[in-house]
Structure formats: structure tokens, C-alpha cells
Design a protein around this ligand. Structure first.
Ligand SMILES: [Zn+2]
Ligand SMILES: [Zn+2]
Length: 822
């Protein structure tokens, strides 16, 4: 028989019921507007931003909550530190993920998305985030994407948006263009279909114009180093030279210059052939009639390949054009080839082949029996011995077989050859970037229509600002087809429109814009949500931006985080913003796994936050997520371990109920308390949440050692320390202890004062030896006298056993050591 109900354990009288407490406080926060930020009146604004989620049908992922909770703790801590914290959250609801899911389940995204958002909102509120829901947004709201379209026009006005025919990765199954990073191993990342290449007329943004600035500013912003490194590599600055090779210069009129970019101009004496990309505009004129059939077949073949495969393929293929060019350094004739390992997107679409010193060129020259010449030697190398592989080291190399460069180290040779060739007018020093322009067009339905109208008489026209938004129409047949055009192109009733210039019959652009454009500016919108006359209000923006703290995943290091920096710079240049870096501080959080394995739908091991919150409470769940490991690294979610975090909260709850105001607090406990206040504050400000929680748990052990009755002064500050992690429980205990009288929130109370005098260690561990052998350690006051130290040492039973009788001699080193000689 269970007799627990008949026991008279006082702690069992009131037990911690997180479900009831959390519902109560979520209701009170709502009623009292506790989480509403005074956007206009804030005197110490602090913008704590988290990356907004894509509202999937599955609901909130535990990874979302891990990220958001980390941001929420930081935001709540900043509020306790006296800031007016703004912590908004919205939805990144346009894009191919939503659209593909809608197609799969046979529902319309316009019906599906609002349902998903409602479910997300319910889950997010249940998790107890300090979100100001008055300022939420979805990128699919016409009130929002009106301004996404406006931003497109801002770029167009500044010559930063342009149309071009471009080779793109095409997924024949998803029927859309894919970015390079959406192609993995030659197949579509989403549906695993082999990717093809297509040539389409598309809109691009000139982000490459901003490459130097995007790179330079990385020096000044306070971001996770890993994120900055990823951006640096992505932008890919390289210094080199552009060299002109004269082709077919036989005076027959077919001559032209082929310009190549190289980062190794020093090796030009080893350039034994040229390669142009199959798409290079000069291919036609370079191809001699005898070779034309072969070259055309090769170009057709290349079109079927995806761009990623072309970059990573180890197989070297190519064809000779029949033409030659003159190497401006050696004055020798070298053959011109077409090969797919050269891409039009990078550099000039042509390279000089230096097989002696470039691995890809070495393979190519070996395959096609082209000459391989050594022009750089290491210390012990023979300048005339044949190479068995490309010699790519350059820091210790010296030039050989290179005429005027012979004997020079590589770096000096680079500078010298550019000077020499520049005098001849055949080369110039240039800086090149790997970053290429941003393709904006998507041949899909679920996005904001690009605000452009095509008129046969007037050409490309922008939709006048007064006509924005161009509303995405509800169409039943939103499934893309093989035509390569958007489903909107099947709807004449929508795309037939009067030309804004001449009033004649014209046609709307039927592509929609990339979802990364939606997310490139959402942080500007949050504070100004509700203002429909402007995208972001001037004074509000001045007060709240740039974002003080941004937290998100490092998988967004290059696309979203780079695009949003670019858009911010453009808006600043256009006079709409007064800053050019959107996020003062960015921190990349880690990821969590479960029981040692990556979570995935196919594995069936995804943590559903609802179940855990139901069982343990949102506060315990939040605290557990932050206790898993360092926030920047993530951790392993184990079902067994959450109970430990819950016990910690139970214990705090019980301690508040058991505490007494009688007598004085224990100085040792108070010392530990003040050390804990300092540590938790320091740790949270570094986002080191797991160590902050560990410190609070350690303090609870000291507080309740031997189930002692805690003093009120020893317990009260703990309510505030735990509040960023367990906000509902903290509010409840704050109210219970009389602090919450009227309608006060613990979050408006301020962080506990840390008293360094109380925290100071005024006692030390004194090492006690008897006849030079270690026999014990005693805790004594730092300034203890010799006779007191002996007495303290003798109170230790082990010491007393060895040191019985009168000591012959005492050696006392104050603060460190006592040696009793008997
Ligand atoms: Zn696909
Ligand atoms: Zn017109």
C-alpha cells in the first residue's frame, strides 16, 4: 500500500506543478503586456534577434527551440541588466520547401501556411519565449512583400539588378533553377534527381560589386570567427594578373585577344596552351572549320552537365579548336583548347594552361599529350628533370627556364613579370573575387512576383511604387512544368497588363524572387511592423538598429548572412539607412543530436518538444536544452538526463517554500551565493549557459547541505539567477516571496548585486605535515596565528594521532603550510 499521502513531510504539502504555473504566467504576461517592448519610448534599446523559422507542417523542431531558447536567455538577461529588450519572431514562409510540401500533400500553400503558422505560434508561446507578438510578420504577407518588391526596385534604380542569359543548374524533377550549393554530388539536394544545365534569361543582383566592402568590414564586426572565415572563403579574394594572349594574329582579320586571369603570372613561361570555357563568346570565331563538328558536339555535351560536377570532376575532357595564340612572355605559339573544367562564371572564362605547376592542368596536359615545362624549382630540384606531378609549392621556389625571371623567388617574380608585360601592354595587375552575382529569379509560384513589366515598345519597365504590391494571385495549378517558366506564365488573365509608360498591351514578369531576398531584410521590418506607408520608419530604425545581438546557425554563414549584409549596404548607399552592417554581434550556435545520433525524420528519432514540455514543463525543458553542452557546440539530448534538470528546479521550489527569515544567513553560504551571482552573470554574457546552470546546481547543494533550513537572504537572489532559464517558475516564486506585489515582473527587478567582499575567500586550506609527511589539510582563516593553526591542526584526528605529545619544533609558513616535528 502506498502510504505517501499519510506522511507529514512539509515539502510534500506544496509541490511544483509546472503545467499550472506556466499556463498562469503565459496568461498574465499576455494580460499585462509583460513581453511588449516600448518601441517608441525605449531609452536603452537592445535588439535581440534570432533567425526566423520556416513554418513546416511538422511543427517546431527541437533544434529551433534550442536556438530560440539561447536567444531568449540572452534577451532576458539584458532586460535584467536594465535594457529595453526587443525580441521579435516571425516566419520565413515563402519558398520551395513550403511549395514542395504543399504539392506533396495536395493542398494549396495559401491554405497550408496559415495553419502551420498557427501551430508554430502555439508551440512558441508554450515554450515561454519573451517574444513581442505585436511585431510578428510572415514574408508571405502582402504588407511585407510589398517592400521586398520595393527593395528589388531600389537595386534596379541603382543599376544593381540586371537581366542576363545564364547557364544554370536545373532540376528536371523540381522543375526549377538550383543554386550551386543545392546541388550535391551532381544531384538535386531535395529530390536526388540528376541535375542538368539550362540557359535561361534571369534577373541578377550585382553583389560582386560589393565584394571588397563585404570582405573589408569583416575586420570590424563582432561575429563568431567560424562565420567570418566562411564568408572570407566564399568571397574568395585573390590577387593576380590579367594577361592578353593574341590569337590567330596572322593578319588575316581573324585575330583577337584572349584575356586570362591568373594568380600565378610568375609561371607564364610554363604556359604551353590556353583553355577557354565552352560558353566563351570567342569559341565560334576561334574554331577552325576542320574542328567545328567536334567542338559543337563537345559544347552540346557540356550543357547537360551541372556546374558543380564541372568544378569537381576528376575526368579531364576537352577539344582542340584548331587555333593558336602567342604566349607574350615566350613569344611562342601555343594551342587553344575548349574544356569544361574552365567556367565562364569565374575570372574571364579562359585560362593559361601551366601543367608544370597546376594539378588540373597537369592532368589535362598528360591526357592530351601537351608539353609540360618546369619553371619553378625547389632547393634540391633539377631544373631540367621531367616532372611526374605538378609542383605547386611556391613559398620556397625559385624561377628557372623563365628568361628574365630566372633566379628570382616566386613572389618577386610575380611582381616583375607583371611590370614587364605591362610595359608591352599585354598584362595588368588585378584583384579577382570568387563571389559571383546573385541570381534572383525562380521559375516557381510560391514567392513574391518580381515587379517588372515588359512592353514591346518601351522595353523593361518597373512597376510604379504606387502599384505595389504586385499580389501573388491564388491559382489552383501552381505545379511547375517542364517549360522552364513559372506557373504564373500560364495565367494570361494575370500577366496581361497595361504598360505603365505607354498604356499599351504589356506583360508582367512571371518569375518570382528568391526566398533569400525575403530574409535579407526582415530584421529591418520588425520594429516598424504596422507602418504600411514605409518599409521601416526612420526614427524607429535609428533607435533600434543595427541589431545588437543575432543568434543563428552557421549553415547560414554564407548565403543569408552575406545577402543581408549586401542588401543593408545597398539601402545605406540609397540613403535609406544610416549604417551598413546589419548585425553588430553574431553568434553561431551548435546543434543537438539525440542519444549519440543525428536526428532525422527517416530515423524516427526526432524530439517532439510538445511531449517533453507536457511531461517535464517548459522551464525544465529549456534549462535542459541549455545544459546539454556549450551553446556554441551543441550537445547530445538524452531522455534520461532531463530529470536531473527538473530535480534542480524542484529543489529551488522547495527551498523557497522552506526558507526562513529568522536569525542571520550563514557566511559560508553567502560567500558561495555571491560567487555564484558573479559566475552566472559572467557566463550568460558569454552565452556559456551550461556552466551557468552547473554553478547554480552547485550552489543548491551548498544551500541545502544536510537538508538545512535555508535563510531567506540565501535563497531570494537565486530566483533572479534562474529566471532567464526558467522564467515561469521564477515569476511564480518572485510573486510568492512578496516581490511581485501589484503587477511587477521579476524581469523588471534588475540583476542581483554582486558583493565582492562577501564573495572573497577569507579562509584557506592549510597543509599540515607531521615530521615532514603530509597528514591532513584544515580550513582556517587566511590570517591565522601560529598557535591557532597548531590548535586547528590538532583538531584533525589523523594529525592528532601522529603528533601526540609536545612538539619539538613547529615550522609555520603563514597561508600555506604547518609542519609539526615530534
Ligand atoms: Zn529536385
Ligand atoms: Zn509601353
Amino acid at each position: 500500500m502506498d502510504d505517501s499521502a499519510t506522511r507529514t513531510d512539509p515539502a510534500a504539502v506544496i509541490t511544483y506543478d509546472p503545467g499550472a504555473i506556466e499556463r498562469k504566467w503565459q496568461r498574465l504576461w499576455q494580460e499585462r503586456g509583460t513581453n511588449s517592448t516600448d518601441i517608441q519610448g525605449a531609452t536603452r534599446p537592445f535588439y535581440a534577434l534570432m533567425m526566423f523559422p520556416y513554418p513546416s507542417a511538422e511543427g517546431l523542431h527541437v533544434g529551433n527551440l534550442f536556438a530560440f531558447t539561447g536567444n531568449d536567455i540572452y534577451g532576458r538577461f539584458q532586460r535584467l541588466a536594465g535594457h529595453n529588450v526587443f525580441e521579435p519572431l516571425g516566419y520565413d514562409a515563402f519558398g520551395i520547401h513550403s511549395e514542395n510540401y504543399a504539392l506533396k500533400v495536395g493542398q494549396h500553400p495559401m491554405d497550408l501556411i496559415p495553419k502551420n503558422i498557427a501551430n508554430f505560434r502555439r508551440q512558441l508561446e508554450r515554450a515561454g519565449l519573451m517574444v513581442d507578438w505585436r511585431h510578428t510578420l510572415s514574408t508571405t504577407d502582402p504588407d511585407y512583400y510589398k517592400w521586398t518588391q520595393w527593395i528589388f526596385l531600389q537595386l534596379l534604380d541603382r543599376g544593381l539588378a540586371y537581366r542576363k542569359q545564364a547557364a544554370v543548374n536545373w532540376c528536371p524533377n523540381c522543375k526549377t533553377v538550383l543554386a550551386n550549393e543545392q546541388v550535391v554530388g551532381g544531384v538535386c539536394e531535395r529530390c536526388k534527381t540528376p541535375v542538368e544545365q539550362r540557359s535561361l534569361e534571369q534577373w541578377f543582383f550585382r553583389i560582386s560589386d560589393y565584394a571588397p566592402r563585404l570582405l573589408e568590414n569583416l575586420k570590424h564586426i563582432d561575429w563568431s570567427e567560424t562565420t567570418k572565415t566562411a564568408q572570407r572563403n566564399w568571397i574568395g579574394r585573390s590577387e593576380g594578373a590579367e594577361v592578353a594572349f593574341a590569337a590567330n594574329d596572322a593578319g588575316d582579320g581573324s585575330g583577337c585577344d584572349i584575356r586570362v586571369f591568373t594568380t600565378r603570372p610568375d609561371t607564364i613561361f610554363g604556359a604551353t596552351y590556353l583553355v577557354v570555357a565552352p560558353e566563351h563568346p570567342l569559341v565560334d570565331s576561334l574554331t577552325r572549320s576542320a574542328e567545328r563538328q567536334k567542338v559543337n558536339a563537345y559544347r552540346e555535351r557540356t550543357k547537360k552537365q551541372d556546374l558543380v560536377a564541372r568544378k569537381t570532376s576528376t575526368e579531364k575532357t576537352g577539344v582542340f579548336t584548331g587555333s593558336y595564340a602567342m604566349n607574350p612572355a615566350t613569344r611562342q605559339r601555343i594551342p587553344i583548347w575548349v574544356a569544361d573544367y574552365v567556367l565562364m562564371e569565374y575570372g574571364t572564362g579562359a585560362i593559361m594552361g601551366v601543367p608544370g605547376h597546376d594539378s588540373r592542368d597537369f592532368e589535362f596536359a598528360t591526357e592530351f599529350k601537351l608539353p609540360i615545362v618546369r619553371v619553378v624549382c625547389g632547393e634540391r630540384d633539377d631544373a631540367n628533370a621531367p616532372l611526374t606531378e605538378a609542383y605547386t609549392q611556391c613559398d620556397l621556389g625559385t624561377m628557372v627556364n623563365s628568361g628574365p625571371l630566372d633566379g628570382l623567388p616566386v613572389e618577386a617574380a610575380k611582381r616583375r613579370i607583371v611590370e614587364i608585360l605591362a610595359e608591352q601592354g599585354t598584362a595588368k595587375a588585378v584583384v579577382n573575387y570568387r563571389l559571383h552575382d546573385w541570381c534572383i529569379s525562380r521559375q516557381r509560384y510560391w514567392g513574391p512576383p518580381i515587379p517588372i513589366i515588359y512592353c514591346d515598345s518601351c522595353g523593361v519597365q518597373q512597376v510604379p511604387e504606387k502599384d505595389l504590391p504586385v499580389v501573388l494571385p491564388f491559382v489552383e495549378d501552381f505545379k511547375p512544368d517542364d517549360s522552364g517558366v513559372s506557373p504564373l506564365a500560364r495565367h494570361e488573365e494575370w500577366y496581361r497588363v497595361a504598360c505603365p509608360e505607354c498604356g499599351g498591351a504589356a506583360r508582367r514578369e512571371t518569375d518570382v524572387s528568391d526566398t533569400f531576398l525575403d530574409s535579407a531584410w526582415y530584421f529591418l521590418r520588425y520594429p516598424s511592423v504596422g507602418r504600411n506607408d514605409v518599409p521601416f520608419e526612420k526614427e524607429i530604425t535609428r533607435k533600434w538598429l543595427p541589431v545588437n545581438s543575432y543568434i543563428g546557425g552557421n549553415e547560414h554563414a554564407v548565403l543569408h548572412l552575406l545577402y543581408s549584409r549586401f542588401i543593408t549596404m545597398v539601402l545605406r548607399d540609397a540613403g535609406h539607412l544610416e549604417f551598413e552592417e546589419p548585425y553588430t554581434r553574431f553568434l553561431a550556435h551548435g546543434h543537438i543530436i539525440r542519444e549519440g545520433a543525428k536526428m532525422s525524420k527517416t530515423q524516427g528519432n526526432i524530439v517532439n518538444p510538445d511531449e517533453y514540455i507536457e511531461q517535464w514543463g517548459a522551464d525544465a525543458f529549456r534549462t535542459y536544452l541549455m545544459f546539454l553542452g556549450p551553446y556554441e557546440q551543441g550537445g547530445d539530448f538524452r531522455d534520461q538526463s532531463i530529470s536531473g534538470t527538473r530535480r534542480f528546479l524542484d529543489r529551488l521550489f522547495a527551498s523557497v517554500h522552506a526558507m526562513s527569515g529568522e536569525g542571520d544567513p550563514d557566511p559560508d553560504v553567502m560567500r558561495k551565493l555571491h560567487q555564484t551571482i558573479r559566475k552566472v552573470g559572467d557566463d550568460i554574457s558569454r552565452l556559456s549557459y551550461n556552466t551557468a546552470i552547473a554553478a547554480m546546481m552547485e550552489y543548491m547543494n551548498v544551500l541545502r547541505k544536510g537538508e538545512r533550513t535555508p535563510h531567506r537572504d540565501e535563497v531570494q537572489p537565486m530566483i533572479t539567477l534562474v529566471s532567464p532559464f526558467a522564467p515561469h517558475l521564477a515569476e511564480e516564486l518572485w510573486e510568492l516571496t512578496g516581490n511581485g506585489r501589484a503587477t511587477g515582473s521579476v524581469f523588471d527587478s534588475g540583476w542581483p548585486e554582486f558583493d565582492s567582499a562577501l564573495a572573497a575567500e577569507d579562509s584557506i586550506e592549510l597543509v599540515v605535515q607531521v615530521n615532514g609527511k603530509l597528514r591532513g589539510k584544515v580550513r582556517v582563516a587566511r590570517d591565522i596565528r601560529e598557535d591557532e593553526a597548531v590548535a586547528a591542526a590538532m583538531s584533525d584526528p589523523t594529525v592528532a594521532r601522529f603528533a601526540s605529545g609536545t612538539p619539538k619544533k613547529i615550522v609555520f609558513v603563514p597561508g600555506r603550510l604547518l609542519n609539526i616535528v615530534v
